[in-house]
Design a protein. Sequence first.
Length: 389
Amino acid sequence: MTPEDIANKLLLKLLKMGNQAGAGVRRRAPALTARQIKPYSAIRNWHQKQQCEEVFVSAQDAGAISFVRDKLNPDDGLIERIDLIDTVALARFLRQTTHTDVLAAAISLLTPYLTQHDVLELVVERWARMASVRGWGPADAAAWVDAITVIEQCARAQATALSPLREVSARLFRNSKRIEQLTVPLDVLLQGSLEVAARTPSEVWQELGLFKEEQPVLLAGNVEIVRGRVTAVLDEPYTGLPASAIYAISGTVESVLTIENLTTFHSEAKRYFDQPKLLIYTAGMPSPAWRAMYQRVLAGIAIGTPIQHWGDIDEGGFRIAAMLAKTSALAGHCLKPHAMHPDNVPLDLRKPASKRTLQRMQRFAEQAGWHELGAAVLSSGFTVEQEAL
């Protein structure tokens, strides 16, 4: 590293302090102490030390910093402290952009979408404190706009069949891997929250109706399914079929239960594979193709047949439930919750949740038509996943 590199690196550190002070996350005046400028003071070669100091002097002349030398030799002794005078001037000297300017540019880009995606307000608030959102900062704002473009395009498509991820990406961005790079902002925008757990990329793409490797729908029960080429009873303990190949149910069923969690689905499939009850694994938030299949199946089931959903008692679980309830209603049925009341959860398995998370859980429960359950969730103060039950 050259002496100039050492000086610039130290000044970049000082600029970061200035940005933090401007964002209100630093109380002390931005300054580099003798301990912090050791890379400079450790230089043994006098000529190299002079080269390093020349950078500091230039920054001082630009009105960006001031520095203090050794009291015993105030004219040309070692520099012992560097104070920030002007963050904007230092950024200009280093050919950098201040956090304030980067944030302002990000806000300008995202403002048209704040009404449509209110979670962006929380994203901007976090950026304003110089905190990232899953590693993404205000300099990445354009990527969030790209993510919104993906969501809008997939919503317009309203596909009843899954689409190849990279083909869609190539059409939208002329880059077959761009959507994969946008998984984090896509997940945040789709879930509408910064507090929920991050999903796997495949779960995010699935909600959009995109796939990298298409996964079959898992079904279980002693139930006869009308498919593309055959009508047959499901194998035990379960059967995996493409969503597009599932047309309807032949005959009657006692009930239909959708299950969010794979572990729970496997255990319930082994328990009920020989009974006339249809179990369907949602694999997280169902894709548009999955929901179209679900609506076709429910359309052929007698009104009054119990249609239930067993999801996680967390924000994501109730968001999925709200979506399934909407699809059930389109088929003329009323979705009911199964084992999702907070009272069913042992004390040692309860995980405290923020007020914001609980309010969103209540809102999704109410969207599903589960008003009493929503109120119970809000007052409970916790979340829990199916695996823990």
